[in-house]
Ligand binder design. Structure first.
Ligand SMILES: *[C@@H]1O[C@H](CO)[C@@H](O)[C@H](O)[C@H]1NC(C)=O
Ligand SMILES: *[C@@H]1O[C@H](CO)[C@@H](O)[C@H](O)[C@H]1NC(C)=O
Length: 315
């Protein structure tokens, strides 16, 4: 993880205080300059001393430039500024040098100051204390002492929350509560997300009494998933990012409302035709031994009798 790498880096700096990472005292840049002076051939000792003075003066201007931007820089910005200047200087070194070498040296170290200023301006606008809320101890390089230090970034809204989310969910559904903020990745050391909860109908409906909340979960993951939501899971959820000393870095609130599923009564299926259960398609004229058939039989017998009487009467 980036955080653990950073703490290793910090440890390394503590063990080896000679590491000087700002542009004016960056070892790579310093060696580059020293090497350049050593390899100057055909120059007098006085010329070499003059060039050394020019470079020393440049370091002063680099320090002044960084002081105009809070005097601190982050390792990433430092790296960008250093690599850009390094490639400029190496290109300059390969070029043919005229008898105006001192003037050329001044030009290149001024270029270094401009590169540093360009990167510091971006960092000061976007990278320094990127937390708009909460508390952050940002690992930065002090451009005067050239040492890593933890810069306190305390937002003006602290300890107020970093946001309040109102969520309306359906019973049986799923909701993700996430209290990650991009600057959390800059926090060094062990921190955990503490989720708390208070049911909807308990106490006053405010977040003020944190003591009345019950702990739901403590996790290194920033988000929790609540699935198969029950109506009684509604309420106020609180997410605090804390270290092991209890220092709160950020706080996010969630107000979860769960509306119950509509339980509709079964709709009667409209029936076009209703048949008796024992309905079958047999034609009705098939004679069954029931009363109807007896009547039919009687009618036939009477009809036959009538025919016989008519024949005998009229011959
Ligand atoms: C940087 O270090 C110097 C010397 O140790 C100190 O005076 C200064 O306050 C520090 N600057 C910041 C921004 O912390
Ligand atoms: C949370 O939402 C419920 C329902 O909309 C509302 O009655 C309650 O006042 C809200 N609580 C807070 C602290 O915003």
């Amino acid at each position: 993880m980036a955080a653990s790498q950073l703490s290793c880096l910090l440890l390394l700096v503590c063990v080896l205080p000679a590491v000087e990472p700002c542009l004016q005292c960056d070892r790579v840049i310093k060696y580059l300059h020293d090497d350049f002076i050593d390899k100057l051939t055909g120059d007098t000792l006085q010329d070499q001393a003059d060039i050394k003075d020019i470079i020393d003066h440049a370091y002063v201007t680099y320090k002044e430039t960084s002081n105009r931007f809070h005097g601190v820089i982050d390792p990433t910005t430092m790296y960008r500024a250093r690599t850009e200047y390094q490639s400029e200087f190496e290109r300059f070194w390969k070029d043919e040098h005229s008898s105006y070498i001192k003037w050329e040296i001044i030009m290149i170290v001024v270029k270094g100051r401009q590169i540093l200023e360009k990167h510091l301006k971006i960092f000061d606008g976007e990278g320094l204390c990127p937390n708009k809320c909460g508390l952050l101890y940002q690992t930065l390089i002090n451009c005067t002492s050239c040492q890593y230090e933890l810069h306190t970034c305390l937002s003006t809204t602290y300890p107020k929350s970093c946001g309040e989310h109102h969520m309306l969910m359906e019973e049986g559904g799923e909701v993700v509560l996430n209290c990650y903020l991009s600057w959390h990745s800059l926090i060094t050391g062990q921190v955990e997300y503490h989720y708390y909860w208070r049911p909807q109908n308990v106490g006053s409906q405010t977040f003020s009494l944190v003591s009345s909340f019950e702990t739901l979960v403590v996790t290194t993951e920033s988000k929790i998933v609540l699935n198969q939501l029950q109506v009684d899971e509604a309420g106020l959820y609180l997410c605090l990012l804390k270290d092991k000393h209890g220092t709160v870095f950020s706080q996010i609130k969630f107000n979860l409302t769960i509306y119950p599923l509509l339980r509709t009564s079964p709709v009667p299926i409209p029936t076009m035709l209703s048949f008796p259960v024992d309905y079958d398609a047999k034609p009705t004229w098939v004679l069954h031994p029931n009363t109807n058939n007896i009547i039919v039989g009687l009618v036939i017998v009477i009809s036959l009798a009538a025919i016989i009487i008519l024949i005998t009467l009229f011959g």
